[in-house]
Write a protein that binds this ligand. Structure first.
Ligand code: ADP
Length: 404
């Protein structure tokens, strides 16, 4: 079966077509600048069958126009990869928040659409656009099964004491305020790959996954099921990120709002977009740029770049150690996503203080990229780097649901 994976954001649609018989990529691409301005739009399509890549500035007023452009390219004689749209067996959609209802991906029907709409307050920046992608595909490919894969589903196995906030309980009942967690598809994928590397049965494993990219989160996974994760009701909670503060004293919100004459919404914008390692360093939200300044002693922002990295490493280490406690030990720690996969320095600095728990990595193996066992000599816990593949995870879920 060939599965089309769609990740529809506010102004973009990313896609991959995957042959699920061999789990190989057939084509990928993205549409950007959708509906940003009259006439705006950019599309890039990369067939993997030897045909040339296609890139163009093209008017994409709506998500429906973007999906139409994608489907046209998939079957085009010059740039296409399938002879007809009927070759596509199913479409898998990334959806941010399925609320407390969806512990698994779901075959889209009228009630699933209603639920994604209902949970818009829990994912106001994503759910509406995810839904646009679903509606556009239903319109363009009638009869083809559509599956919704929620970023929150994998975390639905958390026990109540891990997802409940210590605020009046009525707000959980009335407004569904609780920890949901995000990056679930990535945590699920890399933890399943780690189980393979451990050569164990999933039910006998304890794994801590560190998804460290622009957005970062950790998850504690016992027996293949998530028992805790660092992001919360929204992706703002947890470790500091590129531009997000991560967890802070909530009283800071009122302090900044009063002092700077900002509204709560403006203050939250600041915590989402101007904080994290960008806010501390004043350099960038991009870890590569911060690492570069932190290494170059001549830069005026050298000290703050170093501080930003130290704050980030320290907080990731604290979550790692607390999950080690929550799991009663660990069999593996996994690093994934842009920074987790690529920065040897981040992995080394984060794990250094864990030497006291008998956890260490091998400095030489740590330099290698890809799926690598970087466990140090005598370490009590295995340490892996595993490139994440959220699209493949969505395609696997989609195939499983359609074939059920
Ligand atoms: P997103 O959350 O947008 O998917 P990614 O997972 O692609 O983000 O991660 C992006 C982050 O990873 C950026 O901060 C980038 O600087 C960082 N990164 C990517 N490659 C490296 C590298 N070689 N060294 C350090 N940081 C890296």
């Amino acid at each position: 079966m060939k599965v089309l994976v769609i990740n529809a954001g506010s102004s973009s649609v990313k896609y991959q077509l995957i042959d699920m018989t061999t789990e190989t990529l057939i084509a990928k691409g993205l549409c950007e600048k959708i509906g940003i301005a009259p006439g705006s739009g950019h599309m890039k399509h990369s067939p993997q069958n030897g045909k040339p890549a296609y890139e163009v500035e093209i008017a994409l007023p709506t998500h429906t126009d973007a999906i139409k452009a994608v489907l046209e390219k998939l079957v085009s004689p010059e740039f296409g990869v399938v002879s007809s749209l009927s070759d596509i067996g199913a479409v898998g959609h990334r959806v941010l928040n399925g609320g407390p209802k969806y512990a698994e991906s779901a075959l889209v029907d009228a009630s699933v659409i209603k639920d994604i709409e209902y949970f818009i307050p829990l994912g106001p920046l994503h759910n509406p656009h995810n839904l646009s992608g679903i509606r556009a595909c239903i319109g363009a490919m009638p009869g083809v099964p559509q599956v919704a894969t929620f970023d929150t589903s994998f975390h639905q196995t958390m026990p109540d004491y891990a997802y409940t906030y210590a605020i009046p309980y009525k707000y959980q009942e009335k407004y569904h305020i609780r920890r949901y967690g995000f990056h679930g598809t990535s945590h699920k994928y890399v933890s399943q790959e780690a189980v393979k590397l451990l050569g164990a049965k999933a039910e006998n494993t304890r794994i801590i996954t560190c998804h460290l990219g622009n957005g970062s989160s950790l998850a504690a996974i016992r027996g293949g099921k998530c028992i805790d994760t660092s992001m919360g009701l929204t992706p703002l909670e947890g470790v500091p990120m590129g531009t997000r503060s991560g967890s802070i004293d909530p009283a800071i919100v009122e302090y900044i709002a009063d002092s700077e004459k900002l509204t709560v919404a403006e203050t939250l914008h600041l915590l989402n977009h101007e904080s994290g390692v960008l806010g501390i360093s004043g350099v960038s939200s991009d870890f590569r740029e911060i690492e570069a300044v932190a290494e170059n002693g001549g830069e005026p922002l050298y000290a703050r770049a170093n501080l930003a990295l130290k704050v980030f490493y320290y907080n990731v280490m604290k979550y790692l150690a607390s999950y080690y406690g929550a799991l009663g030990g660990a069999d593996a720690i996994v690093f994934t996503a842009g920074l987790g996969e690529n920065s040897a320095e981040a992995r080394a600095e984060i794990t250094k203080p864990l030497a006291g728990l008998g956890i260490s990595l091998d400095p030489e193996k740590n330099k290698v990229r890809g799926t690598v066992d970087i466990t140090g000599n005598g370490s009590k816990v295995r340490i892996f780097t595993i490139p994440t593949n959220e699209e493949l995870m969505i395609a696997r879920d989609t195939k499983a649901i359609v074939e059920r």
